[in-house]
Design a protein around this ligand. Structure first.
Ligand code: ZN
Length: 146
């Protein structure tokens, strides 16, 4: 136990290499979910994340106020006209049906949520990359859920 603690401590004390550090910063800053959640917090919204029992498992939800937000990766959810969604050059026979199926499931889940009385929003990965753009999007959503 003590040996393990020592190993851990030594590991933690070791300075990160530049690339390790960059990778951490990048992954922390570019997590779309994290960016959206902290923006919503900043806007004073209360919510839960990952509502597993709701259709499509929205990433952010407020049941009592009746709103749900999906944070969608542009490639996986085929964001139309978005550079991040551009098809991979190889293996399209493999990807096309999968992406089409995702889009179908997304539409179904959103429809079911709407029928259950939810305001449903999608925030795209690309919208979370620029803080100003994300802020505008959050304000736009807040206007509709207040
Ligand atoms: Zn996009």
């Amino acid at each position: 136990m003590r040996a393990l603690a020592k190993i851990k401590a030594r590991h933690l004390r070791q300075p990160l290499s530049r690339s390790e550090m960059m990778a951490r910063i990048r992954s922390a800053e570019t997590s779309p979910e994290r960016a959206v959640r902290s923006s919503l917090h900043a806007a004073g919204k209360r919510f839960r994340k990952n509502a597993r029992d709701l259709p499509g498992k929205p990433d952010v939800v407020n049941r009592s106020k009746g709103w749900a937000i999906f944070i969608h990766g542009c490639f996986w959810h085929s964001h139309r006209g978005c550079p991040l969604a551009s098809s991979p050059k190889t293996n399209m026979g493999y990807w096309r049906p999968k992406l089409a199926r995702n889009a179908e499931l997304d539409a179904e889940a959103q429809e079911r949520l709407r029928r259950a009385g939810y305001h449903v929003f999608v925030i795209w990965e690309c919208e979370t990359r620029d803080p100003e753009q994300l802020c505008n999007r959050i304000v736009e959503i807040c206007d509709q859920i207040d």
